[in-house]
Write a new protein. Sequence first.
Length: 493
Amino acid sequence: MKYISTRDYKRHSLVTSAEAIKKGIAPDGGLFMPCEIPTININDIEMLTALPYHERASFILSKFLDDYDAKGLLEDCKKAYSEDRFPGGAAPVVKLDDGRYTLELWHGPTCAFKDMALQIMPRLLSRALSMTGETKRAHILVATSGDTGKAALEGYKDVPGIDITVFYPVDGVSPMQKLQMTTQTGDNVNVCAVNGNFDDAQSGVKRIFADRDAIALANSKGSFFSSANSINWGRLAPQIVYYVSAYCDLVKRGDIRRGDYINFCVPTGNFGNILAGFIAKKMGLPVNRLICASNSNCVLTEFLRCGVYDRNREFFKTMSPSMDILISSNLERLLYIASGAEETRGYMEKLAKDGRYKVSEETFRTITKEFSGYFADESETSEYIAKTFKENDYLIDTHTAVAVCCLDKYRNETGDKTPAVVVSTASPYKFARDVAAALGSAPESDEPAALLSHLSSITGTSAPRPLSETVGRPVRFSRVVDPADMISAVFPD
Ligand SMILES: *Cc1c(COP(=O)(O)O)cnc(C)c1O
């Protein structure tokens, strides 16, 4: 199967999946997409229902990555989604009440859904390097506002042929996020704080990617720079798996019958997670509607309501920070599926120039046949944390609360009572301060250990081990650099 850029209407840039994963972004600035979407049928679903998660994963992935050795893929999936890394299962489905479920994607090493992709993607990249005859080491550079950096560190640590450096804004991450990164283990990892905010760290990384001296320096060390960005196909493909897996689990437990339709409601930032759900539907999974849930940064809600994407708006810092995004990069892949490469290229040019575009009537109709958009503001988010805990005895984080609220809004507005799965993207303990405050008991201390034990004592639940074990680990990385000196942290000697 070949991959093509979402902007390549002349079909110039066909590459293999290994090349797409190694390159990350297409030369014309577009994102790689498979030329056609492979399918699964109802017999495949029956077969997958009997299998453990890692075998479901290797079955789905091998349909997209058909240039990879199938045995190798199975091995990678087995390691990535082992009980050791995902205690209690990679993507368990939990019943809230009749017709409402959550898909918990936060049982991995960093307690957020990015682990689902970042535990396997480094292995896919490592294989892509040897499949394409690459002799240099890849040096991954990441600028993070919190979650992605830690998930990337856990995924890339000790992966052969790859090194990783993560930069975070010195005062821009939570105390727990900082501790998670500065105590990171592994021989090929490096973490450094940047004097400045997230944008300073991000621009610094982009500068290094484009800086000839930095590229030459990397070359002299036998390396080349690469990114772990969420637009890489190697991060998207593994996310398709858990949509199929959730469906199989519902069938397996007798909550639905094989062939029944279900809805998914997804807390959305960069549009990567929900797009994977759409691709699962395109493969043949019986999905009725995809509900795109946003926080107060509701650029996608507006897009799905009126067909206009407009990033020229106030930016809000919310209690669901991983959804505080005004440019949802993966939306480009949906535009490509709905309207083709030529139209997509036009929209992306308008976005770069004016910060806004309006899609054609036909494209708007195609998209809104599949997707609905809702948003929850800060007080609704808190309200749903409290309400879900009280009514369902179930503790959710701030991102998941946005989605539970949006699902209610969708059901009230449309009357659609199709069984619905809310995709749950983070452990409540990752956002313990805001979750406790929503339950009416704001913690006094901002210190990580105190936050965990406070939430535990007011809810009678316990913190996931990866978080409780972080507290008390030795700090390995304490360096702080100015944005102009970031390269000195990449190659310290
Ligand atoms: C990254 C993230 C999201 C948003 O996912 P996208 O793929 O960017 O839409 C939602 N919740 C959490 C906890 C995240 O870390």
